[in-house]
Design a protein around this ligand. Sequence first.
Ligand SMILES: Cc1cc2nc3c(=O)[nH]c(=O)nc-3n(C[C@H](O)[C@H](O)[C@H](O)COP(=O)(O)O)c2cc1C
Length: 352
Amino acid sequence: MDSVDFDALEGQAREKMPPASFAFCAAGADDEISAVENIAAWRALRLRPRVLNDVATIDTGVTLLGDRQPHPIMIAPMGRHKLFSVEGECATARGAAKASAPYVVASNANRTIEDIAAERRGAPQWFQLYYWPNSREVEALMDRAAAAGFSALVLTVDAPTGGWSPRAAREQHEPSPDILNINMPGSPMARTFYHPDFAGKVLYPATWRELEWLGKRSPMPVIVKGVLRADDAVRCAECGARAIIVSNHGGRHLDTTVTTAAAIGEVAAALAGKAEVYVDGGIRRGTDILKALALGARAVLIGRPVLWGLSVQGADGVAAVIEHLRVELVRAMQLSGTASLRDIGPDLIAAN
Ligand SMILES: Cc1cc2nc3c(=O)[nH]c(=O)nc-3n(C[C@H](O)[C@H](O)[C@H](O)COP(=O)(O)O)c2cc1C
C-alpha cells in the first residue's frame, strides 16, 4: 500500500471497489449528516497539551474486559467483507492479528465463524450479534461463536430497522452466493438493510427483556453497541452488560443524532465503575483517539478506513491502517505530555 494518508487511501479504495461496494462502505443515512459530523466533531475538539513530562517511552497498553492489549484500537463490526476482498473476513482477521487489534466480527459476515477464528493468531475476536426473532437460532449462533473461541458478544441495538440511504439504495450490489450472511441461516438478509423490501420492517427486535436474557444466557461477556445516552447506558449495565460502545453506527441508520464525540463524556461519567466504555464513529487520527480516551473511552473502534485498507491491499492493508493509527496515537501522546493511558484525562480537552 503506497499510502496511509487516509484521504488518498479512500481515493484508492474508491477506484478499486465496484461502485456498489463503495456506496455500501461510504453510505450514511438520509443526508449523511451524522456520518460527516462524527468526523468533524473529533476534529473540532481542542487539546490542552502538557509540557516537560518525560515522554521518551510511551505505553499504549490497556486492559479490555480483563485482557491486556498493547493498544486501544479495535476493528468495528462491519458486514459483507467479500464486497471488499475475495477472502472476505479471513483477510480482515489476519490483518487484525498482524496489528494486534481485537476484531469484532459482524453477524453479517460472508465467511464462517470457524474460518475467521482460524485466522485469529492470538488476537481477541468478539462476535457482533443482531438479535433476530428466532431465539433458538440466536442461541445456537452464540454457542457456536463461543466454541470457536470468540471472547465477547457485542449486541448491536441501534438498528432494529434499517435506516435509509439514498446513496446505497441507488447502487445496490446484486445478491450473490458470496455475499450471503453465511452464519445466520434464519436471517432474511441476503440484501443490505438499504433494500426497499426491508423498509419499515423491524428485522432485529431486541428489547430490554432480550438484553437481560442474553446477560444470563450468553457464554461470553455481553457488550452493548449503539448507545448515545447515559440513562440507557446505565440500564444496559444493570441488565448485565460488561461494556458499552458509544456509537451511532457511523451515521448509517438514524441521521442527525448527536455525534459520538458529544455523547462519550456523558456516558463515560455515568458508567464509571459500572462497565467499560468504548466509542466509534469518525475516528481518523491519533489525535481523535487521544480525545476519545480523554473523554472517558477505554478504547476506540475503527470502521470505514479498515475497509479501505482491506480493498486496497487485503490483510496487509488492514494492518497498515491500524498500525498507522497506533503510530499517530503514540505521537499525539508524546506531544501532549502523556506517557501512558492513565495520564490521559478530561483536562486535555478545552472546554470550548
Ligand atoms: C460497511 C459497513 C458495515 C457495517 N455493518 C455493521 C454491522 O453489521 N453491525 C454493526 O454493529 N455495525 C456495523 N457498522 C457500523 C460500524 O461497526 C461502526 O459503528 C462505524 O462504521 C464506525 O464509524 P466509522 O466508519 O466512521 O469509523 C457498519 C459500518 C460500515 C461502514
